[in-house]
Design a protein around this ligand. Sequence first.
Ligand SMILES: NC(=O)c1ccc[n+]([C@@H]2O[C@H](COP(=O)([O-])OP(=O)(O)OC[C@H]3O[C@@H](n4cnc5c(N)ncnc54)[C@H](OP(=O)(O)O)[C@@H]3O)[C@@H](O)[C@H]2O)c1
Length: 261
Amino acid sequence: MSWMRPLGNTGLQVSALGLGTVKLGRDQVVKYPGSFTIPDERSAAALLAQARDLGINLIDTAPAYGNSEERLGKLLAGQRSDWLICSKVGEEFEAGQSRFDFSPEHTRQSVQRSLRRLDTAVIDIVLVHSDGNDLRIIREMGTLQALEQMKQEGLIRAFGMSSKTVEGGLAAAAVSDVVMLTYNLDSQEELPVLDACASLGVGALIKKALASGHLAREYPDPVQASMDLLFAHPATSAAIVGTITPAHLQANVEAVRRIVG
Ligand SMILES: NC(=O)c1ccc[n+]([C@@H]2O[C@H](COP(=O)([O-])OP(=O)(O)OC[C@H]3O[C@@H](n4cnc5c(N)ncnc54)[C@H](OP(=O)(O)O)[C@@H]3O)[C@@H](O)[C@H]2O)c1
């Protein structure tokens, strides 16, 4: 195992730890244990510089993360080639509420808007931001097909789904490049999805690796225990951990490097 690793069969090489950016853009209707203040430009720039210096090349955002995409567009100016950007389609978050649209038309408009907001000609990974009805989206909505078409057009490099169910994750793995799934010390129901990613050569990105900050206190070092669990599975491409605290970022990288070198 190594720090830089293939994202399934996409040809992309990701760092074992990615940076989640919900907290760079949204502080409403979030499930974190404590309240927080969205970092200002200077702190956000310093966080990204720290992440880059620590060897992180993967950053995860979404239209539903407030102004995260717009902020990244500005913050990554001049360093776009150092990063792989993962964004999403399907969920919109407006006036404190989520709204979902998985239609091919909205999917295309959303990717075009993300390209503008991120100030880039191509997005490395675009995932369907599921509302929980994974199978219905995959079978009836045409969202993944729309993303596949945009991949052929060169607007995105890889596509897949951020799934919420085992059945959905398995179905997504069968027809996508990448699946983002929940897997942590509290929640291992989606293990079969990781197994499927391994056998199909699909990239597996782990969300909520630290259970959204609700750390399992029964472990002497819950961050290390979380990373040990994730990286014991051969399919894990990267853990996307959300943090705006520099000391946490450092600790998370150290925990992963203790495993992968
Ligand atoms: N449906 C979807 O597609 C979906 C859903 C959820 C998440 N995601 C993606 O996955 C990312 C991660 O998920 P998440 O943010 O829900 O959960 P997470 O990464 O499991 O946890 C983030 C929380 O853990 C805290 N934390 C991070 N490192 C820590 C450390 N070393 N010690 C103590 N606390 C620590 C953070 O606080 P500090 O900021 O203070 O460090 C933050 O509140 C998101 O940012 C997003 O990019 C996607």
